[in-house]
Ligand binder design. Structure first.
Ligand code: NAG
Ligand code: NAG
Ligand code: NAG
Ligand code: ZN
Length: 277
């Protein structure tokens, strides 16, 4: 087990799991693990992220915010194999507990879409899922965050469904192998060997939901290209319980449909109306 030398106090610098490791939010040079200042509970939660930092204004005013409920009759699809996802196998990687996220630090990876090519920044997890499909939620969701040279972000996402008979996705069994070591925010451990061929084949053999939305964590910036596999990956119950025990809850509530008024703005206007009447 490897643990960061010090458990940092809540930091003044904002460090967002969705943006972490990109050019906008570089990783600490000394290798320490920054703990996110936002969270999913009480006055640190998604209804009030804007109040934590004025840089988060898109969280409360943006009209193309993520996550959304994906309506399968309306969403755009990319054909199976239309995006080229490539992450070379790794002997191991650093696995960090950021307080409101669990992140694997791996930057050797590329994503090539019809119009762009991106480099991997990291991948991380949410329990329960952030996206919903025809209103249904899933027990877990993984986000592979990519950035191009212009700083544009693309996220490849996988939903998980609990498996019967103990079937799972070997890559994630390796990621979660030592998760018990990082129960404390600000700590990290190392994964076992990571083999990405299984999830690459999975992505290449199913359709992909595609839309333009936002980061699901502060600063909630828009213009993020989402690619979500239409077919969930299997997750065994032991891994799910272990992840949930450490991550607890880190899903932003479902945002309004794309192009519609931000729900925080809408709620705020209704409350103002009711108190002034
Ligand atoms: C959530 O964040 C808020 C604001 O930073 C903080 O006051 C609160 O203690 C945090 N709650 C938890 C459970 O981490
Ligand atoms: C990433 O790529 C670099 C350069 O090709 C290589 O030296 C390094 O070992 C790779 N890291 C992993 C984790 O595979
Ligand atoms: C606020 O009240 C006005 C007047 O009753 C109404 O026209 C408007 O639609 C209300 N706005 C909201 C957000 O409820
Ligand atoms: Zn995410």
């Amino acid at each position: 087990m490897k643990v960061a030398a010090t458990i940092l106090p809540l930091l003044t610098a904002v460090s967002a799991s969705c943006l972490h490791g990109t050019s906008l939010m570089p990783r600490a040079a000394d290798g320490t693990v920054d703990i996110n200042s936002y969270n999913y509970t009480n006055a640190g939660g998604p209804m009030v992220w804007y109040g934590l930092d004025s840089a988060n204004h898109a969280c409360s005013t943006g009209k193309n915010q993520s996550p959304i409920d994906i309506v399968t009759d309306d969403v755009d699809y990319s054909a199976a194999g239309s995006v080229k996802f490539h992450v070379p196998n790794a002997d191991n990687a650093k696995f960090e507990n950021l307080g409101s996220g669990l992140e694997v630090v791996l930057t050797n990876g590329t994503l090539v879409t019809k119009t762009n090519s991106y480099k991997l920044a990291q991948f991380h997890f949410h329990t329960p899922s952030e996206h919903r499909i025809n209103e249904e939620h899933y027990p877990m969701e993984s986000h592979f965050v990519f950035e191009n040279t212009a700083g544009d972000i693309a996220v490849v996402a996988f939903l998980f469904e609990l498996s019967q008979f103990g079937y799972s996705t070997p890559l994630f069994d390796s990621v979660f192998a030592h998760i018990g070591d990082i129960a404390t925010p600000g700590t990290y451990t190392m994964t076992d060997g990571l083999d990405f061929t299984g999830i690459t084949e999975h992505l290449n053999s199913h359709g992909i939901y595609q839309y333009s939305g936002s980061l699901t964590t502060p600063p909630c910036s828009e213009g993020v290209s989402w690619f979500i596999s239409t077919e969930p990956l299997p997750l065994n119950v032991q891994s799910y319980n272990a992840v949930k025990h450490v991550l607890k809850f880190n899903a932003r509530y479902t945002q309004n449909a794309l192009g519609q008024e931000n729900l925080v703005e809408l709620a705020s206007a209704e409350v103002t109306n009711s108190t002034s009447n």
